[in-house]
Design a protein around this ligand. Structure first.
Ligand code: CTP
Ligand code: MG
Length: 258
């Protein structure tokens, strides 16, 4: 199989609130996007030798391409000495649009595509390997995920159930959801290229704005009625969204062997 990875890094990181776009924010002195690309390269190295990672495409904010090139070059991931060809392309206004921009530049011989969030900078190589392996085993769409540990309740968000104000603001509980069958989904998500192309083409017709854009690629595959397979994820693949998440990731990184 010829494998390519799209690393989505075009978001601004509004919830992180860093001066830089989130993917350039430092974690242990290294930008998140560099951690994320390294994690994919390391995971792919451990996959079956036949599953060659041919290319990595990083989607970046359109006005930041030189800074992304610079960060990746400084890490030895971009340029003539890099082991895998790496491209930086301008992302879209939604994550889905960014993945589509990455898909658009993949060469025709790529038959497996990993889609990975730069924000999941510390995904362990084992997770990447598992996803590639499950696609190789014949699953057209594969997502890593974790069991949910909190009790989950559905709440009513209808106009009629208007929340209060101040400390009493809240929502009415509609039901407690059976937790056993819930999974919190991570990345990289792995796909047969043909299936992902088809899912995005169908999704393009529906998603004109942020509100209806899919939050993950497997969701687009589900909307086609095609099966999606779940493999074990890892806590270290948690998405860095808030300053708290970044602080936790710093502890995870500090705890790893050098
Ligand atoms: N992403 C992207 N293009 C977008 C929006 C998001 O490539 N238009 C990427 C982000 O860079 C991130 C991943 O998708 O790696 C997951 O998105 P999220 O965690 O929401 O990141 P941001 O959108 O940057 O953060 P926020 O929503 O807080 O602004
Ligand atoms: Mg976002």
């Amino acid at each position: 199989m010829s494998v390519a990875a799209i690393v989505t890094a075009a978001g601004s990181g509004s919830r992180l609130g860093h001066a830089l776009p989130k993917a350039l924010a430092p974690l242990g002195g290294t930008p998140l996007v560099v951690h994320a690309v390294r994690a994919i390269l390391e995971g792919a190295r451990g996959a079956a030798p036949a599953d060659r990672l041919e290319r990595v495409v990083v989607t970046a904010p359109a006005d930041r391409l030189p800074e992304f090139h610079q960060a990746l070059r400084a890490a030895g991931l971009d340029g003539p000495l890099a082991e895998t060809r790496l491209d930086v392309v301008a992302g879209g206004s939604t994550r889905q649009g960014s993945v589509a921009a990455g898909l658009a530049v993949l060469p025709p011989d790529v038959d497996v595509v990993l889609v990975h969030d730069a924000a999941r900078a510390l995904v362990p190589a084992d997770v990447v390997r598992r996803v590639i392996g499950a696609v190789r085993a014949g699953h057209g769409a594969v997502v890593p995920a974790l069991a949910v540990t909190d009790t989950i309740k559905r709440v009513g968000l209808d106009e009629d159930d208007a929340p209060g104000s101040g400390d009493t603001q809240g929502w009415p509980v509609v039901e407690t959801v059976a937790r056993e069958e819930l999974r919190a989904v991570q990345t990289p998500q792995g796909f047969a290229r043909e299936l992902l192309d088809r899912a995005h083409a169908a999704g393009r017709g529906r998603a004109h704005d942020e509100a209806v854009a899919a939050s993950d690629d497997a969701g687009l595959v589900e909307q086609l009625g095609e099966p999606v397979w779940v493999v074990a994820g890892h806590a270290d693949a948690a998405k860095i969204t808030t300053p708290w998440d970044l602080a936790v990731a710093g502890l995870v990184l500090a705890g790893r062997p050098p």
